[in-house]
Design a protein around this ligand. Structure first.
Ligand code: T5A
Length: 227
């Protein structure tokens, strides 16, 4: 059993992870301010404390040149057509696909704050065609699990700093949530939905339970692609 981050332990499951097996690709998704950063950071710290090789990632990765343009768009200092920014978000993931693959095959678990599904949800919520939005994501690495933090848009507006970036508007977030719900029902075999309005500690415990089962299970499975 994974222990709280202040206790470092070794169990058969962890020994197996250390034996050259691949890492897991775990993605956090949800509307703005749903608690993805809080929960993904806590999971990273827990895995590290248990000696499991882990790397946190987040999309958009604002450090690359594409990422810098995305940042200018999100902070309203640059305008781009919806189709263009959509493809830039996707390109921002493709920039890192080889690095992600290598890390996973080396045995490192990746905990990723937003991925392809955010790309689809935010652009489809603007009115772009769902299948068109999904097309550039095909071929990227398929996550082993997606943790979907779901809360009402009204609840999330009350959280710190809401409203600073381009998409942080209640009506828009409601539409984004509807697209996430649609993806969640379609991809139910590896999506796990959580009530993001519950206390962060409860949420963390539920996420840990699923992660604990997932890591040894996927360690011997080949990587899959989004199709
Ligand atoms: N986007 C992204 C696209 O359009 N296409 C794409 O392809 C991609 C990848 C930036 C924007 O880009 C869009 C989506 C976004 O609009 P971002 O940088 O990830 O994406 O921005 P946010 O989702 O807004 O990320 P945030 O860091 O702002 O929110 P988080 O990570 O969901 O939430 P977190 O953990 O920072 O928590 C927010 C607040 O809530 C509190 C925290 O303390 C904090 O104050 N909180 C809770 N409060 C009560 N109960 C809980 N359980 C709580 N958990 C956290």
């Amino acid at each position: 059993m994974l222990q709280p981050s202040y206790i470092v332990i070794t169990t058969p499951a962890i020994d197996k992870m250390r034996a050259g097996k691949r890492g897991a690709l775990i993605v956090f998704e949800g509307c703005d301010r749903s608690g993805k950063t809080t929960q993904s950071s806590r999971l990273v710290e827990l895995l590290k404390a248990n000696g499991i090789p882990v790397l946190p990632m987040n999309f958009p990765d604002r450090s690359s040149s594409i990422g810098k343009d995305i940042n200018s768009y999100l902070t309203n200092s640059k305008d781009l057509p919806d189709e263009v920014i959509h493809l830039m978000f996707s390109a921002n993931r493709w920039e890192l696909v080889n690095q992600m693959k290598n890390k996973l095959l080396e045995g490192t678990t990746l905990i990723v704050d937003r991925y392809s599904y955010s790309g689809v949800a935010y652009s489809a919520a603007k009115g772009l065609n769902f299948d068109w939005c999904y097309a550039p994501e095909r071929g990227l690495i398929k996550p082993d699990a997606v943790f979907y933090l779901k809360a009402s848009a009204d609840d999330l507006t009350n959280r710190g700093k809401y409203g600073e970036e381009r998409y942080e508007k209640v009506e828009f977030q409601r539409r984004v949530g509807e697209v996430f719900d649609r993806i969640c029902s379609k991809e139910a075999s590896y999506w796990h939905q959580f009530n993001a309005s519950q206390p962060a500690d409860n949420l963390h415990s539920q996420i840990v339970t699923i992660t604990e089962e997932l890591l040894p299970k996927v360690a011997t499975q080949p990587l899959d692609k989004l199709s």
